[in-house]
Ligand binder design. Structure first.
Ligand code: RP5
Length: 179
């Protein structure tokens, strides 16, 4: 029988959010990583309110073996930019809704990075939070076969789930095309 690849130990993904008010949405990212067996560390640190701590944290996380940063913030969302300016590791940004501008402000602040300083920007809100988890897992899977196996299992389940829904919905058809 093939040996199951060993699960990674220390935090591979560092999740930063600008405020604890971001946590409810970012739970989607945390849950995704938990399901895929990717160890992560989560912190509240703000580009504007705690710039020195952001800097110190990025240095420490890099030295401790973190492979990807996920940064979530709303409004004038500069957290991902502040992090990527201090590391060569991949940085993913999740723009959140935190103002009357509905997340467009955070999306533009996160996505419009100057050439050479890239932030991989996800969708606004929960969908982006969830996909930040999946994308971080895909990056980490390049070095960790156990995470790749978990992603393959997830894809198998996703296919099965959609085909089950298809069978149910097609049952509501009034005529069969045979296709
Ligand atoms: C941003 O400001 C945070 O990421 C959060 O989305 C928003 C509001 O923060 P709080 O005023 O709730 O702490 O920096």
């Amino acid at each position: 029988m093939a040996k199951k690849p060993a699960a990674p130990a220390g935090p591979l993904v560092a999740i930063l959010m600008g405020s604890d008010s971001d946590l409810a949405v970012m739970e989607r990212c945390l849950k995704t990583l938990e399901v895929l067996g990717v160890p992560f560390e989560v912190s509240v640190l703000s580009a504007h309110r705690t710039p020195d701590e952001v800097e110190a944290y990025v240095r420490k996380a890099e030295a401790s073996g973190v492979e990807v940063f996920v940064c979530a913030a709303g409004g004038a969302a500069h957290l991902a930019g502040a992090v990527v300016a201090r590391t060569l590791l991949p940085v993913l940004g999740v723009p959140l809704v935190a103002s009357p501008l509905g997340g467009l402000d955070a999306l533009l602040a996160t996505v419009q990075m100057p050439s050479g300083v890239p932030v991989g920007t996800l969708a606004v809100g929960e969908m982006g939070a969830s996909n930040a988890g999946y994308l971080a897992a895909r990056i980490v899977s390049l070095n960790h076969p156990a995470v790749r196996s978990a992603l393959e299992e997830h894809r198998t389940q996703m296919v099965r789930g959609v085909l089950e829904k298809n069978a149910k919905v097609r049952g509501r058809s009034s005529a069969r095309s045979g296709a």
